[in-house]
Design a protein around this ligand. Structure first.
Ligand SMILES: Nc1ncnc2c1ncn2[C@@H]1O[C@H](COP(=O)(O)OP(=O)(O)OP(=O)(O)O)[C@@H](O)[C@H]1O
Ligand SMILES: [Mg+2]
Length: 371
């Protein structure tokens, strides 16, 4: 159910965390610029963007380490903008999740609970529960240096969850892990967060990590949200060139609108004619870009007369990636197009360097981008 708020935004009544026009200035620099966001209880939300776009600053304001220059933060209906960090029911796991090296796993997890004066039996119970949650029960007596990177990461998570925060903030939680371990830990982490049901805002500059872990993603640039949506929405319907390019691989073509009907439109680019299966209500002649993902392009050997959604090229390079092969196909204009082909058949590899090919795609494959 939605109701209009005072500023005209439609917001879910179930909003658990509300970021209301939050801005942070450091002198001349606007690190975070008028962010509006509602997050539901139990949601895993990712802030995704390149270095310096304001991700950590926004997270630090949620934690209370940095006061906003303007705007408000509400948690479970309560305005917490002016609460100091230790009075917020929030825990933040930092970019480098330093554990106390001289303390055992058990004592690392118990640390915050002892500081809060929780009684010994209750602490033992909570730590035991947390150890089981992150599957480290046999490791309770070890010191951090006696654990693998992934295990240390889980201790840090257990420590962050021990006080049962209402909101968990994760700043690049897996940055210290190598690729393979990071991928496995992403899934473990999501499963733990879901079990606990904690609401989570995480920061990452790794788009695959955001897509694997988050219910929704905000792509940030220069302190603002460029686009906000589920991983599928952001990948399949990027609204800007930046988002299209930032999330996964994409081929971008520039052209102008030549046909615009209710059920289709056509965009003429130097490389060919794009026939697209929906109208866009644009001005004829206006400039648009078309984004086409490499996996949505079909490739076949031979030469035919080019047509709408059909262009000719020559294989100029290929990378065998195991599960798929990526081809660089050069067009007459010398422009290169990336095409990926799934290696479903172990021995199929008909597109040698220099082969003449035709590229084609469905009229649902391209995305029209106005900016
Ligand atoms: N304490 C500060 N004083 C002045 N400028 C700051 C301060 N903290 C951050 N900034 C600036 O604010 C901007 C956003 O920084 P922030 O740390 O939020 O980026 P980020 O998105 O987390 O980047 P990264 O991916 O590199 O961690 C940067 O331009 C940064 O230089
Ligand atoms: Mg950061």
């Amino acid at each position: 159910m939605a109701q209009p708020s005072s500023n005209g935004r439609s917001q879910p009544t179930s909003a658990f965390l509300t970021i209301d026009g939050v801005t942070k200035r450091f002198g001349e620099v606007v690190a975070v610029d008028t962010i509006e966001l509602d997050i539901a209880q139990g949601e895993i939300f990712a802030l995704l963007g390149s270095s310096g776009c304001g991700k950590s600053t926004l997270l630090r304001m949620l934690a209370g380490f940095e006061p906003p220059s303007s705007g408000r933060v509400l948690l479970a209906g309560e305005d917490i903008t002016d609460l100091p960090p230790y009075e917020r029911p929030i825990n933040m796991m930092f970019q480098s999740y330093a554990l106390f090296p001289h303390l055992t796993v058990y004592d690392n997890i118990a640390f915050g609970l002892r500081r809060d004066g929780m009684d010994k039996t209750a602490i033992a119970q909570r730590v035991t529960e947390m150890l089981a949650l992150v599957q480290l029960t046999p490791y309770a007596k070890r010191k951090p240096h006696q654990l693998s990177g992934g295990q240390q990461q889980r201790v840090a998570l257990a420590r962050s969850l021990a006080k049962r925060p209402k909101l968990l903030l994760l700043d690049e939680p897996l940055a210290a892990l190598d690729k393979k371990l990071r991928e496995r830990t992403q899934l473990e982490l999501v499963s733990i967060l879901r079990q606990v049901g904690v609401t989570c805002v995480m920061v990452t500059h790794d788009q695959e990590e955001a897509m694997t872990m988050a219910d929704r993603i905000a792509v940030m640039r220069d302190g603002r949200f460029l686009q906000l949506g589920t991983p599928g929405e952001i990948y399949e319907h990027p609204q800007t060139r930046f988002v299209a390019d930032f999330i996964g691989n994409v081929n971008l073509f520039d052209g102008h609108l030549v046909v615009d009907e209710a059920d289709h439109c056509e965009i003429r680019c130097d490389e060919g004619l794009f026939h697209i299966g929906h109208g866009i209500s644009g001005t004829l002649g206006a400039e648009f870009s078309v984004a086409l993902r490499p996996e949505k392009i079909g490739i076949e050997l031979g030469r035919r007369e080019p047509a709408a959604n059909l262009i000719a090229g020559t294989v100029a390079g290929r990378s065998y990636m195991g599960s798929y092969t990526a081809y660089e196909v050069e067009l007459a204009s010398r422009r290169r197009v990336r095409v990926t082909v799934s290696n479903a058949d172990r021995h199929a590899d008909p597109f040698a360097n220099g082969a003449e090919v035709m590229l084609n795609w469905a009229d649902t494959a391209p995305v029209v981008i106005a900016d």
